[in-house]
Design a protein around this ligand. Sequence first.
Ligand code: MTE
Length: 331
Amino acid sequence: MLIRNSSNGFDHAVPSEITSPDIYRQRRRFIAHMASGVAGIALATWAQRDARASVHRPGKLAAMDAMPSNVAGAMVMDKVTPYTDASTYNNYYEFGTDKSDPARNAHTLVTNPWSVQIEGLVKKPGAIDLADLLKVAPMEERVYRMRCVEGWSMVVPWVGYSLSALIRRVEPLGSAKFIQFETLADRKVMPYLNSRVLDWPYAEGLRMDEAMHPLTLLTFGMYSEVLPKQNGAPVRLVVPWKYGFKNAKSLVRIRFTEQMPSTAWNKAAANEYGFFSNVNPNVDHPRWSQATERRLGEDGLFAKKRKTLMFNGYEAQVGQLYAGMDLSKNY
Ligand code: MTE
């Protein structure tokens, strides 16, 4: 049975009716994180949970647990991509443009202290400390298909909560129609900010209804651990029906605007990267097809590529957001 949540208009399954997949039964829901860097942020908040944790990775601290999500579409049954692929094959251009660069270079990122600045058209602007940000809503585990515009895909168990919880907390004004997300740009720790690949800081944007959609995840962890730095620690965006570049890493600023905000990739190549960037196998990138994809860790170089799904397989959940829009113009 589905119930309608009057506050957001989206359908959620009743928790008691959800059977967790085997994989979740077997796994303990702990966010273990490295006893360095980010460690400080979580310890105070999660000390009690830590005490409950019975599985510790050597050299790591179990610090946060997350419940499986009951948001429709948040748990796909595809095979989860191996952690090593998701944490070593990355795009994080501030740390280099090769896929292996971020895992090699991002150790210099300092994630504690950290705060996110809320600004623009909201009743409650101001800086939110990471420790407070972590407490805005209960942590959930969401297994999402991820599709990069370059043609590869992954299946990642993320940990976070719906961005809508934070948006409600800061009370946007009626005039706020979009949100811009800005990420850290610190020359002291990010060697590639001197390159001209993008106009830094990295920026992305969502329309308010997209940002409020329950699938849009403010993300703090993956694979039951705090986010590795190369994956956007300590907090990033994950919007599973859009191409990967919408998922801004290491967020420092969330700005509520009336006008459609600029985005880093749109500024760099407007004819290739539009504002919406919804996964769409029917609309090719000007330089290559988007009809198929290669799943990291599963589809070898010589395997037949798999078909890319409309809205990355989340059409039932998000299709209505774009009713009546020409998706070849609004790419
Ligand atoms: N965020 C920042 N700050 N800088 C980046 O270069 N790359 C984007 C996105 N977020 C990027 C970023 C791109 S192109 C992709 S595909 C995803 O991060 C990759 O996320 P992952 O490395 O966790 O898979």
